[in-house]
Structure formats: structure tokens, C-alpha cells
Design a protein around this ligand. Structure first.
Ligand code: SAM
Length: 218
């Protein structure tokens, strides 16, 4: 079954727009889009043959023969699209994909979900002429942050880079739970270290930082 993470991403794709799922793997996002009445063109792409073949098999098993599958490193082989999805990858891969095809991403709405270091991605977007126009956070076993991005300028504070400009403003229950969990994990590591261990100070600083954001103190 398709993950809640991918369902949320799918729900952010405007139904009538052309969309490229870059790094489609199994193709579940495209199948979800088709099942939910997406009328725009859908392209599934991956840079490995195995996942792309798997994607094609899954699409055909659902009877969807109008989804194009393209072997491509990022967007390098793709025609222009109105929406791009980059999901389920590390931040370095997402940055590699966007920086390799600036013309492609200049003209489309990009929905990005990276599995770690979202702060690094936000900073890269800010310094490379992109702006975040919305964000989502979801718990699907793990917590996932999803950024909706377009070409443009933005200036983010250090807190906005680390926590997300929209997520920080909204301070949803899931956002607070996410950071509480990260805080508790750091506190657990700190408490396992001997008094006077050199790493304790850094961990204390990180914990105080999160407490400042989620509004708690020890
Ligand atoms: C973990 S899967 C994520 C699948 C799906 N997007 C999701 O979110 O569930 C990552 C996929 O990205 C593909 N990938 C990694 N780097 C890529 C690149 N530079 N260009 C295209 N696809 C890439 C991998 O081959 C793999 O199929």
C-alpha cells in the first residue's frame, strides 16, 4: 500500500498539471495520482533501469499505459513540466538533481521531501534563487517534512532554516511532537555520557535550542 507520506505528496500536486516524478522507483505516486483523477500528463523517471522497469510493470498492472517512463539522471532528459516531485532521497541527491537542470526547475513548482538534513536543503534553496511557498509535516512511522518550492527570492533566519518558515509559524502538534522526539533522543545520548564528557556541552546546547523553539525548559 502507498505510504501516507506519498499520499500527502500526491495531494499537493494540482490535478490538471503535467508532473514529473523524479526518482519514481516503484511508481506508486503516479498510480495514486491516476487513481485520484489526475488529468495532467504524468512522467515517471529514474536513473536506474531496474526501478523504471518495476514502475512500468506496476503501471501496466493497473492498466495505466498513458504514463511516460523516462530513464534520466534527475531532470536532464525530461521535457518541461509544470510540477516536479523529488521525494524519498537524501538532501545531497535532491540538490544534485536541481543544480544539474536549472532551466527545468526555473519554470516549475517543485515538491521536495528529503529524508534528512532538510536544513541543508532550505539553505541551498535560499542561496540558489528558490523560495519555499509552503511546507507540510507528517508522521508516517518517522517524521517527514515536505517543501513546496518555486523560483524566487527568500531570506530565512537561522531558525527558519532549521525548523522551516511555515512549520515554525504554524507550530502544529505534529511539528512539536517531532522536535520533542528529537530533543528526547539527544537528552538520552547526553544522559548516557559520563559527567564532564566533552560532548555533553554541545548536546546541552542543542537541547536548549530545541526547548526554546518548542517552549519548554528542563
Ligand atoms: C528511495 S527511492 C524513493 C522513491 C519514491 N520517490 C518515494 O518517495 O517513495 C529513491 C529513488 O530515486 C532514484 N534516484 C536516485 N538518484 C537519482 C537521480 N539522480 N536521478 C533519478 N533518480 C534517482 C533511485 O534510483 C530510487 O529509485
Amino acid at each position: 500500500m502507498i505510504s501516507r507520506r506519498l499520499q500527502l505528496i500526491g495531494s499537493l500536486v494540482p490535478k490538471d498539471k503535467s508532473v514529473a516524478d523524479i526518482g519514481c522507483d516503484h511508481g506508486f505516486l503516479a498510480i495514486w495520482l491516476k487513481n485520484h483523477g489526475h488529468t495532467g500528463k504524468i512522467i515517471c523517471s529514474d536513473y536506474r533501469v531496474g526501478p523504471l522497469e518495476n514502475c512500468l510493470r506496476n503501471l501496466l498492472a493497473w492498466g495505466y499505459n498513458d504514463v511516460e517512463t523516462i530513464l534520466s539522471d534527475g531532470a536532464t532528459m525530461l521535457p518541461p513540466c509544470e510540477v516536479a516531485v523529488i521525494a524519498g532521497m537524501g538532501e545531497a541527491t535532491a540538490i544534485h538533481i536541481m543544480s544539474s537542470s536549472p532551466e527545468f526547475f526555473a519554470d516549475c513548482l517543485t515538491i521536495i521531501q528529503v529524508n534528512r538534513n532538510v536544513n541543508v536543503l532550505r539553505k541551498w534553496l535560499m542561496t540558489n534563487g528558490y523560495r519555499i511557498i509552503d511546507e507540510r509535516i507528517i508522521k508516517d512511522y518517522k517524521y517527514y517534512e515536505i517543501l513546496i518550492v518555486e523560483k524566487g527570492e527568500m531570506t530565512l533566519s537561522e531558525d527558519e532554516i532549521n525548523y522551516g518558515p511555515y512549520l515554525l509559524k504554524e507550530r502544529s502538534e505534529i511539528f512539536l511532537m517531532c522536535w520533542q522526539q528529537k530533543r528526547d533522543k539527544l537528552a538520552g545520548i547526553r544522559d548516557s555520557l559520563a559527567e564532564g564528557h566533552p560532548d555533553r556541552r554541545h548536546l546541552d546546547e542543542q537541547i536548549s535550542e530545541i526547548d526554546r523553539i518548542i517552549g519548554k525548559g528542563e
